[in-house]
Design a binder for this molecule. Structure first.
Ligand code: FEO
Length: 405
Protein backbone atom coordinates (compact mmCIF):
# COMPACT_ATOMS: atom_id res chain seq x y z
CA UNK A 1 0.00 0.00 0.00
CA UNK A 2 1.28 3.46 -0.84
CA UNK A 3 2.01 5.80 2.06
CA UNK A 4 2.54 9.43 1.08
CA UNK A 5 1.97 12.86 2.55
CA UNK A 6 1.69 16.33 1.10
CA UNK A 7 4.50 18.70 1.97
CA UNK A 8 3.05 21.50 -0.14
CA UNK A 9 0.21 21.36 -2.66
CA UNK A 10 2.36 19.75 -5.35
CA UNK A 11 5.24 18.29 -3.35
CA UNK A 12 4.91 14.94 -1.61
CA UNK A 13 6.89 12.90 0.88
CA UNK A 14 7.33 9.50 -0.77
CA UNK A 15 9.88 7.99 1.61
CA UNK A 16 9.67 5.12 4.05
CA UNK A 17 10.19 4.26 7.70
CA UNK A 18 12.50 1.51 8.85
CA UNK A 19 12.01 -0.24 12.19
CA UNK A 20 13.92 -3.33 11.17
CA UNK A 21 17.38 -1.85 11.00
CA UNK A 22 19.08 -2.16 14.39
CA UNK A 23 22.28 -0.27 13.61
CA UNK A 24 22.46 2.75 11.31
CA UNK A 25 25.60 2.48 9.17
CA UNK A 26 25.95 -0.84 11.04
CA UNK A 27 27.30 1.14 14.01
CA UNK A 28 24.74 3.42 15.63
CA UNK A 29 21.74 1.92 17.47
CA UNK A 30 18.40 3.30 16.32
CA UNK A 31 15.80 1.94 18.74
CA UNK A 32 13.27 4.47 17.43
CA UNK A 33 13.94 3.47 13.83
CA UNK A 34 14.80 5.84 11.03
CA UNK A 35 13.07 7.37 8.04
CA UNK A 36 14.49 7.56 4.55
CA UNK A 37 12.89 10.65 3.06
CA UNK A 38 12.36 11.11 -0.65
CA UNK A 39 10.13 13.73 -2.26
CA UNK A 40 8.13 13.88 -5.47
CA UNK A 41 7.29 17.16 -7.18
CA UNK A 42 4.32 17.08 -9.56
CA UNK A 43 4.89 20.16 -11.68
CA UNK A 44 4.66 20.39 -15.48
CA UNK A 45 7.62 18.06 -15.17
CA UNK A 46 7.76 15.39 -12.51
CA UNK A 47 10.81 15.26 -10.29
CA UNK A 48 11.87 12.68 -7.70
CA UNK A 49 14.26 14.13 -5.12
CA UNK A 50 16.54 11.31 -3.92
CA UNK A 51 15.60 7.69 -3.32
CA UNK A 52 15.71 5.42 -0.25
CA UNK A 53 17.66 2.57 1.24
CA UNK A 54 17.52 -0.71 -0.63
CA UNK A 55 15.33 -2.20 2.11
CA UNK A 56 12.63 0.40 1.43
CA UNK A 57 12.62 0.30 -2.39
CA UNK A 58 9.25 -1.36 -2.66
CA UNK A 59 7.59 1.34 -0.57
CA UNK A 60 9.20 4.09 -2.64
CA UNK A 61 8.09 2.50 -5.90
CA UNK A 62 4.51 2.10 -4.69
CA UNK A 63 4.44 5.70 -3.50
CA UNK A 64 5.84 7.12 -6.73
CA UNK A 65 3.62 4.97 -8.97
CA UNK A 66 0.54 5.98 -7.02
CA UNK A 67 1.22 9.71 -7.28
CA UNK A 68 2.38 9.67 -10.89
CA UNK A 69 -0.84 7.84 -11.78
CA UNK A 70 0.44 7.02 -15.25
CA UNK A 71 2.47 10.17 -15.82
CA UNK A 72 6.11 9.70 -16.73
CA UNK A 73 8.86 10.46 -14.24
CA UNK A 74 10.88 13.17 -15.98
CA UNK A 75 13.75 13.74 -13.57
CA UNK A 76 15.54 11.93 -10.78
CA UNK A 77 17.45 14.52 -8.74
CA UNK A 78 20.10 13.08 -6.44
CA UNK A 79 21.41 15.33 -3.68
CA UNK A 80 23.34 12.65 -1.82
CA UNK A 81 24.70 9.33 -2.97
CA UNK A 82 25.22 7.46 0.30
CA UNK A 83 23.33 4.19 -0.11
CA UNK A 84 20.74 4.93 2.57
CA UNK A 85 19.42 7.38 -0.04
CA UNK A 86 20.95 6.34 -3.33
CA UNK A 87 20.56 2.57 -3.20
CA UNK A 88 17.22 2.56 -5.04
CA UNK A 89 18.43 4.59 -8.01
CA UNK A 90 18.71 1.48 -10.16
CA UNK A 91 15.13 0.49 -9.32
CA UNK A 92 13.90 3.89 -10.49
CA UNK A 93 15.95 3.74 -13.68
CA UNK A 94 14.59 0.29 -14.53
CA UNK A 95 10.99 1.41 -14.09
CA UNK A 96 11.39 4.78 -15.78
CA UNK A 97 13.76 4.21 -18.70
CA UNK A 98 13.33 7.78 -19.99
CA UNK A 99 14.06 9.49 -16.69
CA UNK A 100 16.87 12.05 -16.77
CA UNK A 101 19.26 12.16 -13.82
CA UNK A 102 20.31 15.45 -12.24
CA UNK A 103 23.26 15.38 -9.86
CA UNK A 104 26.84 16.45 -9.29
CA UNK A 105 29.82 15.17 -11.23
CA UNK A 106 31.10 13.36 -8.14
CA UNK A 107 27.73 11.74 -7.56
CA UNK A 108 27.69 10.41 -11.14
CA UNK A 109 31.11 8.92 -10.48
CA UNK A 110 29.77 7.25 -7.32
CA UNK A 111 26.75 5.91 -9.23
CA UNK A 112 29.18 4.16 -11.56
CA UNK A 113 31.20 2.91 -8.60
CA UNK A 114 28.12 1.41 -6.99
CA UNK A 115 27.35 -0.35 -10.27
CA UNK A 116 24.27 1.59 -11.35
CA UNK A 117 23.58 1.50 -15.09
CA UNK A 118 23.11 5.20 -15.64
CA UNK A 119 24.74 5.59 -19.03
CA UNK A 120 21.60 4.92 -21.01
CA UNK A 121 20.00 7.88 -19.23
CA UNK A 122 20.59 11.55 -19.90
CA UNK A 123 22.80 12.92 -17.12
CA UNK A 124 22.45 16.59 -16.26
CA UNK A 125 25.27 17.93 -14.16
CA UNK A 126 24.04 20.26 -11.43
CA UNK A 127 26.55 23.07 -11.25
CA UNK A 128 26.82 25.21 -8.15
CA UNK A 129 24.39 28.11 -8.45
CA UNK A 130 22.81 26.85 -11.69
CA UNK A 131 19.03 26.81 -11.97
CA UNK A 132 16.50 24.48 -13.56
CA UNK A 133 12.85 25.07 -14.26
CA UNK A 134 10.22 22.34 -14.01
CA UNK A 135 7.18 24.48 -14.88
CA UNK A 136 5.96 26.51 -11.95
CA UNK A 137 9.02 25.67 -9.87
CA UNK A 138 12.59 26.79 -10.38
CA UNK A 139 15.34 25.25 -8.31
CA UNK A 140 18.95 26.16 -7.73
CA UNK A 141 21.79 23.90 -6.70
CA UNK A 142 24.06 24.57 -3.73
CA UNK A 143 27.07 22.36 -3.18
CA UNK A 144 27.45 20.97 0.34
CA UNK A 145 30.68 18.97 0.22
CA UNK A 146 31.33 16.77 3.28
CA UNK A 147 27.81 17.25 4.60
CA UNK A 148 28.24 14.42 4.68
CA UNK A 149 30.05 12.99 1.63
CA UNK A 150 32.09 14.98 -0.90
CA UNK A 151 29.46 14.78 -3.64
CA UNK A 152 26.62 16.16 -1.53
CA UNK A 153 24.55 19.12 -2.60
CA UNK A 154 21.31 20.68 -1.47
CA UNK A 155 18.62 21.99 -3.77
CA UNK A 156 16.62 25.13 -3.10
CA UNK A 157 13.23 25.73 -4.69
CA UNK A 158 13.27 29.48 -5.25
CA UNK A 159 9.58 29.45 -6.10
CA UNK A 160 8.29 28.38 -2.71
CA UNK A 161 11.33 28.43 -0.40
CA UNK A 162 11.65 24.68 0.04
CA UNK A 163 15.17 23.49 0.79
CA UNK A 164 15.99 19.87 0.03
CA UNK A 165 18.76 19.70 2.58
CA UNK A 166 20.17 16.19 2.10
CA UNK A 167 21.73 14.95 5.37
CA UNK A 168 21.61 18.39 6.98
CA UNK A 169 18.81 18.96 9.50
CA UNK A 170 18.09 15.24 9.68
CA UNK A 171 17.50 13.00 12.65
CA UNK A 172 17.33 9.39 13.66
CA UNK A 173 13.79 8.23 14.48
CA UNK A 174 11.01 6.88 12.29
CA UNK A 175 8.24 9.29 11.39
CA UNK A 176 5.39 6.81 11.78
CA UNK A 177 2.77 8.95 10.11
CA UNK A 178 3.89 12.28 11.45
CA UNK A 179 5.82 14.36 8.95
CA UNK A 180 6.31 17.90 10.20
CA UNK A 181 8.32 19.15 13.16
CA UNK A 182 5.16 20.70 14.61
CA UNK A 183 3.46 17.31 14.64
CA UNK A 184 5.97 15.95 17.16
CA UNK A 185 7.41 17.15 20.44
CA UNK A 186 10.80 17.71 18.86
CA UNK A 187 12.53 19.35 21.79
CA UNK A 188 11.64 16.60 24.26
CA UNK A 189 11.28 13.51 22.08
CA UNK A 190 13.55 14.11 19.06
CA UNK A 191 16.33 16.52 19.94
CA UNK A 192 18.49 13.87 21.55
CA UNK A 193 18.31 11.70 18.43
CA UNK A 194 18.88 14.70 16.15
CA UNK A 195 22.00 15.59 18.12
CA UNK A 196 23.19 11.98 18.17
CA UNK A 197 22.64 11.80 14.41
CA UNK A 198 24.41 15.04 13.53
CA UNK A 199 27.34 14.72 15.93
CA UNK A 200 28.15 11.13 15.06
CA UNK A 201 27.49 11.28 11.33
CA UNK A 202 28.74 14.74 10.42
CA UNK A 203 30.43 15.84 13.67
CA UNK A 204 33.88 15.69 12.14
CA UNK A 205 32.88 18.09 9.39
CA UNK A 206 31.79 21.07 11.48
CA UNK A 207 33.45 23.68 9.22
CA UNK A 208 31.61 22.22 6.22
CA UNK A 209 28.30 22.45 8.07
CA UNK A 210 29.20 26.04 8.92
CA UNK A 211 29.85 26.74 5.24
CA UNK A 212 26.44 25.36 4.34
CA UNK A 213 24.73 27.39 7.08
CA UNK A 214 26.40 30.50 5.69
CA UNK A 215 25.13 29.78 2.19
CA UNK A 216 21.67 28.96 3.57
CA UNK A 217 21.51 32.27 5.41
CA UNK A 218 21.46 34.10 2.07
CA UNK A 219 18.12 32.65 0.94
CA UNK A 220 14.61 32.81 2.37
CA UNK A 221 13.99 29.24 3.52
CA UNK A 222 10.40 28.43 4.40
CA UNK A 223 10.46 24.65 4.57
CA UNK A 224 13.37 22.25 5.06
CA UNK A 225 13.03 18.75 3.63
CA UNK A 226 15.86 16.61 5.02
CA UNK A 227 16.63 13.03 4.06
CA UNK A 228 15.90 11.74 7.58
CA UNK A 229 13.39 12.79 10.22
CA UNK A 230 10.75 15.52 10.30
CA UNK A 231 10.22 18.21 7.68
CA UNK A 232 10.74 21.66 9.19
CA UNK A 233 8.08 24.27 8.50
CA UNK A 234 8.21 26.27 11.75
CA UNK A 235 10.67 27.26 14.46
CA UNK A 236 13.51 26.76 12.01
CA UNK A 237 15.71 29.37 13.70
CA UNK A 238 15.71 27.29 16.89
CA UNK A 239 16.98 24.21 15.04
CA UNK A 240 19.52 26.20 13.01
CA UNK A 241 20.88 27.55 16.28
CA UNK A 242 21.45 23.96 17.49
CA UNK A 243 23.23 23.12 14.23
CA UNK A 244 25.31 26.23 14.54
CA UNK A 245 26.45 25.28 18.05
CA UNK A 246 27.14 21.64 17.22
CA UNK A 247 29.12 22.49 14.12
CA UNK A 248 31.16 25.15 15.95
CA UNK A 249 31.82 22.63 18.75
CA UNK A 250 30.27 25.05 21.19
CA UNK A 251 28.54 23.42 24.19
CA UNK A 252 24.79 23.53 23.98
CA UNK A 253 24.40 23.74 27.75
CA UNK A 254 26.37 24.49 30.88
CA UNK A 255 26.35 21.13 32.55
CA UNK A 256 28.34 18.05 33.40
CA UNK A 257 28.52 14.65 31.79
CA UNK A 258 30.14 12.10 34.07
CA UNK A 259 31.31 9.09 32.07
CA UNK A 260 32.61 6.32 34.26
CA UNK A 261 34.39 3.03 33.59
CA UNK A 262 34.04 0.70 36.54
CA UNK A 263 34.83 -3.00 36.90
CA UNK A 264 33.41 -3.78 40.34
CA UNK A 265 31.36 -0.70 41.15
CA UNK A 266 33.89 1.36 43.09
CA UNK A 267 34.59 3.92 40.37
CA UNK A 268 30.86 3.97 39.71
CA UNK A 269 30.28 4.78 43.38
CA UNK A 270 32.71 7.70 43.17
CA UNK A 271 30.99 8.96 40.00
CA UNK A 272 27.63 8.89 41.75
CA UNK A 273 29.07 10.62 44.81
CA UNK A 274 30.43 13.39 42.57
CA UNK A 275 27.10 13.74 40.79
CA UNK A 276 25.32 14.08 44.13
CA UNK A 277 27.87 16.62 45.35
CA UNK A 278 27.43 18.73 42.20
CA UNK A 279 23.67 18.68 42.61
CA UNK A 280 23.93 19.50 46.29
CA UNK A 281 25.96 22.54 45.32
CA UNK A 282 23.30 23.63 42.85
CA UNK A 283 24.62 22.23 39.56
CA UNK A 284 21.79 19.87 38.72
CA UNK A 285 22.34 19.69 34.97
CA UNK A 286 24.29 16.48 35.40
CA UNK A 287 24.11 13.25 33.46
CA UNK A 288 25.93 10.05 34.41
CA UNK A 289 26.85 7.32 31.92
CA UNK A 290 28.45 3.94 32.41
CA UNK A 291 30.70 3.69 29.35
CA UNK A 292 30.40 -0.10 29.40
CA UNK A 293 26.68 -0.10 28.70
CA UNK A 294 26.11 3.25 27.01
CA UNK A 295 26.69 3.23 23.28
CA UNK A 296 29.54 5.50 22.29
CA UNK A 297 27.21 7.41 19.93
CA UNK A 298 25.25 8.52 23.02
CA UNK A 299 28.45 9.46 24.84
CA UNK A 300 29.50 11.54 21.84
CA UNK A 301 26.11 13.21 21.65
CA UNK A 302 26.26 14.24 25.29
CA UNK A 303 29.88 15.31 24.95
CA UNK A 304 28.70 17.75 22.27
CA UNK A 305 25.83 18.82 24.53
CA UNK A 306 27.59 19.61 27.79
CA UNK A 307 30.31 22.10 28.66
CA UNK A 308 32.06 19.85 31.19
CA UNK A 309 33.04 16.20 30.96
CA UNK A 310 34.23 14.12 33.90
CA UNK A 311 36.11 10.99 32.91
CA UNK A 312 36.21 8.51 35.77
CA UNK A 313 38.18 5.42 34.87
CA UNK A 314 39.65 2.42 36.52
CA UNK A 315 43.16 1.42 35.44
CA UNK A 316 43.15 -1.70 33.26
CA UNK A 317 46.26 -3.59 32.12
CA UNK A 318 48.18 -0.51 33.29
CA UNK A 319 46.18 1.53 30.79
CA UNK A 320 42.88 3.28 30.33
CA UNK A 321 39.87 0.97 30.53
CA UNK A 322 39.32 -0.11 26.90
CA UNK A 323 35.77 1.19 26.55
CA UNK A 324 36.82 4.57 27.97
CA UNK A 325 39.72 4.59 25.55
CA UNK A 326 37.28 3.95 22.72
CA UNK A 327 35.24 6.98 23.83
CA UNK A 328 38.40 9.11 23.82
CA UNK A 329 39.28 7.84 20.35
CA UNK A 330 35.81 8.70 19.08
CA UNK A 331 36.03 12.24 20.49
CA UNK A 332 39.30 12.58 18.62
CA UNK A 333 37.86 11.16 15.39
CA UNK A 334 34.91 13.55 15.52
CA UNK A 335 37.06 16.59 16.29
CA UNK A 336 35.23 17.48 19.48
CA UNK A 337 36.87 20.56 20.97
CA UNK A 338 36.50 23.37 23.50
CA UNK A 339 35.41 21.30 26.49
CA UNK A 340 36.58 21.28 30.09
CA UNK A 341 37.53 17.92 31.58
CA UNK A 342 37.87 16.69 35.12
CA UNK A 343 39.48 13.38 35.96
CA UNK A 344 38.72 10.67 38.49
CA UNK A 345 41.15 7.78 38.46
CA UNK A 346 41.18 4.46 40.21
CA UNK A 347 43.67 1.62 40.58
CA UNK A 348 44.24 -1.00 43.22
CA UNK A 349 47.94 -1.54 42.65
CA UNK A 350 49.10 0.85 39.92
CA UNK A 351 46.87 3.83 39.33
CA UNK A 352 47.75 5.02 35.82
CA UNK A 353 44.46 5.92 34.17
CA UNK A 354 44.39 9.58 35.24
CA UNK A 355 47.77 10.51 33.77
CA UNK A 356 47.03 8.55 30.62
CA UNK A 357 43.62 10.18 30.11
CA UNK A 358 45.05 13.64 30.74
CA UNK A 359 47.85 12.98 28.25
CA UNK A 360 45.37 11.79 25.65
CA UNK A 361 43.20 14.87 26.14
CA UNK A 362 46.17 17.23 25.92
CA UNK A 363 47.98 15.48 23.07
CA UNK A 364 45.19 14.08 20.93
CA UNK A 365 42.15 16.32 21.37
CA UNK A 366 41.78 19.94 20.31
CA UNK A 367 41.55 23.00 22.52
CA UNK A 368 40.57 21.15 25.67
CA UNK A 369 41.10 22.19 29.28
CA UNK A 370 41.85 19.71 32.05
CA UNK A 371 41.08 20.98 35.53
CA UNK A 372 43.88 20.84 38.07
CA UNK A 373 41.83 19.12 40.75
CA UNK A 374 41.85 15.37 40.34
CA UNK A 375 40.31 12.67 42.47
CA UNK A 376 42.54 9.62 42.84
CA UNK A 377 41.19 6.42 44.34
CA UNK A 378 43.02 3.38 45.62
CA UNK A 379 40.39 0.71 45.00
CA UNK A 380 37.48 2.69 46.44
CA UNK A 381 36.38 6.11 47.58
CA UNK A 382 36.61 6.33 51.36
CA UNK A 383 35.20 8.98 53.71
CA UNK A 384 38.70 10.45 54.24
CA UNK A 385 38.50 11.62 50.64
CA UNK A 386 35.35 13.66 51.24
CA UNK A 387 37.23 16.95 51.15
CA UNK A 388 38.87 16.03 47.82
CA UNK A 389 35.50 15.12 46.38
CA UNK A 390 34.17 18.42 47.60
CA UNK A 391 37.12 20.28 46.10
CA UNK A 392 36.62 18.61 42.72
CA UNK A 393 32.94 19.55 42.67
CA UNK A 394 33.81 23.14 43.61
CA UNK A 395 36.46 23.28 40.93
CA UNK A 396 34.02 22.12 38.23
CA UNK A 397 31.39 24.64 39.27
CA UNK A 398 33.91 27.48 39.54
CA UNK A 399 35.22 26.68 36.09
CA UNK A 400 31.67 26.68 34.77
CA UNK A 401 31.18 30.10 36.23
CA UNK A 402 34.39 31.25 34.62
CA UNK A 403 36.22 31.57 37.92
CA UNK A 404 38.78 28.83 37.70
CA UNK A 405 40.68 26.59 35.33
FE1 FEO B 1 21.70 9.64 5.37
FE2 FEO B 1 25.00 10.51 4.50
O1 FEO B 1 23.36 9.61 4.41
Amino acid sequence: MYCVRNVTEDLYWVGANDHRLALFENIHPIPRGVSYNAYLLLDEKTVLFDTVDWSASRQLIENVEHLLDGRPLDYLLINHMEPDHGASIEEILLRYPDVKIISTEKAFMLMHQFGFHIDSHEQIEAKEGATMNFGKHTVTFVYAPMVHWPEAMVTFDVTNGVLFSADAFGSFGALDGKLFNDEVDFEHEWLDDARRYLTNIVGKYGPHVQALLKKASTVDIKIVCPLHGPVWRSNLGWFIDKYDKWSRYEPEEKGVMIAYASMYGNTESAAQALAAKLCEKGMTNVIVHDVSNTHVSQLISDAFRFSHIVLASVTYNLGIYPVMHNFLMDMKALHLQNRTFAIVENGSWACKSGDLMEKFINDELRDMTVLNERLSLASALHPEKASELDALADCIIESMNGEKK
